[in-house]
Design a protein around this ligand. Structure first.
Ligand SMILES: Cc1cc2nc3c(=O)[nH]c(=O)nc-3n(C[C@H](O)[C@H](O)[C@H](O)COP(=O)(O)O)c2cc1C
Length: 320
């Protein structure tokens, strides 16, 4: 492991670590007007949402790393207290990148990058009509995060109006596939929050027993990973040992007409139920040894992969 004290390295290096490690980051495409009403549009990925009541977002236009000068977006918000944040979909990203060019003061990046202005209803700066969601924001606080080159300015804004395209909705709420948002990563990398990059993880309905409540042999398994153990530790309570023993008595007493005889084949085919049946002869032959325990953990892992948590518990408790 490398231990790096940021006070001992150039800020450009810290910047690289932050961009690479704090990723992916959503992108705020920020629309502002200067004191004279001239529009400005620029992307910022030091951005997130921070509260819902009231709805609050924040982003950070840094002082330029080269000469410490402020960005136009920052100056405009300081002057007017208003900005729009348009979220960025994959279809927009090339144009968004174009808008990030360091154009001279007063240049309208909607024009430069070919976007259309979406009039706001509560504030003066427009949003981006091509974006699936635009938020009208009023500045709540500006926090100066250092004052020198490459230091940030946290611009905290209250969302006073949402504009969301009908095509982004699945029923009442937003749909990731329909939004097809992009995130910024380190260097020139972006990612797309749709397709196979998106996965489901059900919100826990209760507090799990936790890793500390897992039997030691399970917690120290060389087969089960942290993710596997988290599924077991998410159980509301430890399974009843008597019920598990009864399950095994019944299982061992039953034998199909053509029991599977090769656990590796069944595991390779992703069939934990048949893999377990292939293991039965070993479990009938006296106390399970370390090798059998490892096989049981592999079968448990296959059950966990299918989110069959109870079956996995039966496997890992078979040899306790
Ligand atoms: C995807 C993306 C994300 C960016 N994020 C930030 C950021 O979080 N903070 C920042 O200061 N600059 C960021 N930039 C660079 C600014 O967009 C760039 O400096 C821009 O010219 C600022 O424009 P302005 O001076 O008109 O405000 C980002 C650029 C891109 C392409």
């Amino acid at each position: 492991m490398r231990h790096i004290d940021p006070s001992t390295i150039p800020h450009a290096e810290s910047h690289r670590y932050l961009l690479g490690g704090v990723a992916p980051r959503p992108i705020a495409f920020v629309g502002t007007l200067d004191a004279g009403g001239r529009p400005n549009l620029s992307p910022f990925s030091f951005f997130n949402a921070f509260g819902a009541n009231p709805p609050v977002i924040a982003f950070s236009p840094a002082f330029r790393g080269t000469d410490g000068t402020p960005k136009h977006s920052f100056l405009n918000i300081k002057a007017t207290g208003e900005f729009t944040v348009s979220v960025v979909s994959y279809a927009m990203v090339e144009q968004v990148s174009l808008a990030s060019g360091e154009y001279p003061e007063g240049v309208d990046e909607w024009v430069k990058s070919g976007f259309t202005k979406l009039p706001s209803s509560r504030i003066a700066p427009p949003g981006v009509a091509e974006s699936p969601m635009v938020m009208e924001c009023r500045l709540l606080h500006h926090i100066d995060l250092g004052g020198g080159p490459a230091s940030g300015n946290l611009m905290i804004g209250e969302v006073v109006m949402f504009h969301i395209k009908e095509s982004a909705f699945d029923g009442k709420y937003l749909d990731a596939e329909r939004l097809d948002l992009v995130g910024r990563m380190g260097g020139a990398l972006y990612c797309r929050a749709s397709g196979s990059a998106v996965f489901t993880l059900a919100k826990p309905s209760h507090a799990g027993i936790g890793f500390d409540a897992l039997p030691e042999r399970v917690r120290n398994s060389p087969i089960l990973t942290g993710s596997d153990l988290a599924k077991l530790a998410g159980a509301g309570e430890l399974p009843d040992i008597g019920a598990v023993a009864a399950f095994w008595r019944e299982k061992l007493a039953s034998a199909g007409e053509h029991p599977p005889d090769d656990i590796e084949v069944e595991l390779r085919l992703g069939d934990p139920e048949r893999a377990l049946d292939a293991l039965l002869p070993r479990l009938r032959d006296g106390a399970p040894n370390a090798e059998t325990e490892a096989l049981l953990h592999r079968v448990a892992k296959a059950f966990l992969h299918r989110d069959m948590i109870d079956r996995a518990w039966q496997c890992v408790l078979a040899v306790l």
